[in-house]
Design a protein around this ligand. Structure first.
Ligand code: EPU
Length: 427
């Protein structure tokens, strides 16, 4: 098993460039299915989830041409099947966006229940309700396959029982060609929802209100190919901002949209970090000891759940006791046991965690329990005394491009060691 080996206590300093947003690109790549034409997507992050999405597109029959590391061209005129295979779907949560996209274009989709990070049950009832509202029949699941079909998709009003990023995306995809008007109420407002709407509109769709909780989609009869550049990754940026604070460093995070980072900026400032905002970059410095604060995760524009494990690490080192209230996922504290191995004192009760501050973290062998939990382990290791070995790094590499290189560029002592290298060393 490949590992990261990190020696902590180096203050990070310098500039890091943020990649394209994972949660935008995993919606936009499936959305290219709707074009029936050639789309060129720029600023794609070079991460495992993108590779999986591209493999699924190729499996459907799309022409997929990598222009360079961050640009791809997808020709969806040549699609031959509306079925996604288990082997690919299980590798990423967002494989279910192919249901909305295939249903929207062909009125038929067979897609397995998706894989992805585990934070307790992850139902998709709101996605299925949305498809049904638009006139699709979703057959009872057989062999783990979701089978949806419609003779004709017709616009309708869909009220989401809870704010769901995935359901908002899937309903937008399914509704782009539906006859008449679709209204999604209580829609998610995340930056990646707006990015998807902008992408679809650039192909000729008629979507208004993305970024508010009411999104209106008027069905169109055709879309055209487009060239589109993915927005910067809010959570990757937040993770490097947190790394600056964890190591009492001074880091400029470049190629970001500061507006998307407001909730993260506010919490880091409350903890005592100094933050300067520029047009497309943010400088974070934190020479002194940080203060405790309370955090409640919420849908955008609230504090993002995908930054919860990372801020927990910072709170273990801050002065005083902090409370974290996880407001989105049922079970997103599985990383706490791993942090405890490094000396953190955290008590969890359901969706609440009480974090005792003033801990001196020390290096230990730990695991990445999921993508953001893994990012939290990296932050803890950067701050800790001694050496930390992190296993299960495939979770981290699903979502962070060139993490090792970017951190080394900021002065971190981090190495990625492959299983073969470890075997040779032990022999
Ligand atoms: N929910 C339902 N029924 C549904 C859909 C959602 O009960 O049909 C519940 C979920 O169980 C959860 C809440 O609603 O409690 C919100 O779930 P949402 O659908 O918004 O999450 P998601 O679309 O599955 C996306 C991101 C996650 C991020 C969440 C919340 C992608 C590919 N994933 O997941 O990102 O945590 O929104 O912001 O966009 C990550 O990047 O590490 C990650 C996990």
């Amino acid at each position: 098993m490949d590992k990261y080996i990190i020696r902590g206590e180096n203050r990070l300093h310098g500039t890091v460039d943020i990649s394209g947003a994972k949660n935008a690109v995993v919606a936009i790549l499936p959305a290219t299915v709707l074009a029936g034409d050639v789309c060129r997507i720029e600023n794609i992050p070079n991460i495992a989830d993108v590779n999986t999405a591209l493999e699924i597109l190729a499996e459907l029959g799309c022409g997929v041409r990598r222009i360079d590391r961050h640009t791809v061209e997808i020709d969806s005129t040549t699609i031959v099947t509306q079925t996604v295979s288990h082997d690919l779907a299980k590798k990423m949560r967002a494989s279910y966006y192919f249901i909305g996209a295939l249903l929207g274009r062909f009125g038929r989709a067979r897609v397995p229940m998706p894989g992805g990070c585990y934070f307790g049950v992850r139902p998709i009832d709101q996605h299925l309700k949305g498809f049904a509202c638009l006139g699709a029949t979703v057959s009872p699941m057989k062999d783990g396959m979701i089978d949806a079909h419609a003779d004709k998709m017709v616009g309708s009003s869909v009220y989401l029982d809870m704010v769901s990023v995935g359901a908002t995306v899937n309903i937008m995809l399914a509704a782009v060609y539906a006859e008449g008007l679709t209204v999604i109420e209580n829609a998610a407002k995340e930056p990646h929802i707006v990015d998807l709407a902008n992408f679809l509109n650039s192909m000729g769709a008629d979507i208004r209100g993305a970024g508010t909780d009411v999104i209106k989609i008027r069905g169109v009869s055709r879309l055209y190919g487009t060239t589109y550049s993915i927005i910067p990754d809010q959570i990757e940026a937040g993770t490097y901002m947190a790394a600056a604070v964890a190591t009492h460093g001074d880091v400029t995070v470049r190629n970001v949209i500061p507006k998307h980072l407001e909730s993260i900026t506010a919490k880091l400032q409350e903890m005592g970090a100094t933050i300067e905002e520029f047009d497309e970059e943010i400088r974070v410095s934190c020479p002194d000891k940080t203060r405790h604060c309370n955090v409640k995760t919420m849908p955008h524009p609230g504090f993002p759940t995908d930054m919860q494990p990372q801020i927990a690490v910072l709170l273990t080192m801050a002065e005083g006791t902090s409370i974290i209230n996880e407001g989105v996922w049922e079970n997103r504290f599985r990383y706490v046991d791993e942090l405890r191995r490094m000396g953190a004192e955290i008590q969890v009760d359901g969706k609440l965690a009480v974090v005792q501050g003033d801990s001196q973290l020390t290096g230990a062998p730990v695991k990445a329990m999921d993508l953001r939990a893994g990012a939290a382990m990296v932050l803890a290791a950067l701050a800790a005394k001694g050496v930390t070995e992190i296993e299960e790094i495939q979770f981290i590499e699903r979502g962070y491009e060139d993490l090792v290189e970017k951190l080394r560029g900021l002065g971190a002592d981090i190495r990625r060691v492959t299983e073969e290298e470890l075997v040779i060393k032990q022999a």
